[in-house]
Design a protein around this ligand. Structure first.
Ligand SMILES: [Zn+2]
Ligand SMILES: [Zn+2]
Length: 173
């Protein structure tokens, strides 16, 4: 009979780690959308899977509790890294400062260059690709032909009615 002992959380954690030449401990398990490792650390009392960010788990296991409100900065700039020596607990403000100004994109998601003419900037700083916007409007129109026609007919009808009312007001006055 094979004896299978139930792995401890840290044993399961370590089974997902690959040590790189750079010294980084790269997370080989599931990744978070932003590139961080996701560690499935058993189940809570209600039977729901406990998912934690792998680098935060690593920090708390090897270094200690993360102070409330603190974020973990990757000193190696390698998001999937869980090496506690590459991690530091910092305030969100400090974390933003270290990340420096965000790199501005030069092209939209579909590859159109974001030149001054091709960019619409919202008051809050977000940018919109004009080429994509025009395409989106055209696509909307094409898929809503009947609605657009009805809307235009209705608009013309109202405008005509308003004119007639204005003319009637003039002649009666
Ligand atoms: Zn690292
Ligand atoms: Zn575009």
């Amino acid at each position: 009979m094979v004896f299978r002992h139930k792995k401890t959380p840290i044993e399961r954690f370590e089974s997902h780690v690959a040590v790189l030449d750079s010294g980084c401990w790269e997370w080989a398990g599931t990744r978070h959308a932003h590139g961080y490792g996701l560690f499935h650390n058993g189940y809570d009392e209600s039977g729901r899977q406990r998912r934690t960010l792998a680098h935060r788990f690593s920090y708390e296991h090897h270094v200690g509790p993360i102070p409330a409100g603190f974020e973990i900065d990757h000193l190696c700039r390698n998001r999937p890294c869980v090496n506690p020596e590459h991690l530091e607990a910092v305030t969100p403000t400090e974390n933003r400062r270290r990340q420096g100004p965000r790199k501005r994109r030069t092209h939209c998601l579909r590859g159109h260059e974001l030149t001054a003419e091709n960019t619409y900037t919202f008051p809050d700083g977000r940018r919109l690709c004009r080429t994509c916007h025009v395409v989106a409007v055209e696509r909307y129109k094409a898929s809503h032909v009947e609605e657009m026609r009805t809307y235009q007919r209705e608009w013309k009808r109202r405008r005509a009615a308003a004119r007639r009312a204005a003319a009637a007001a003039l002649t009666s006055g």
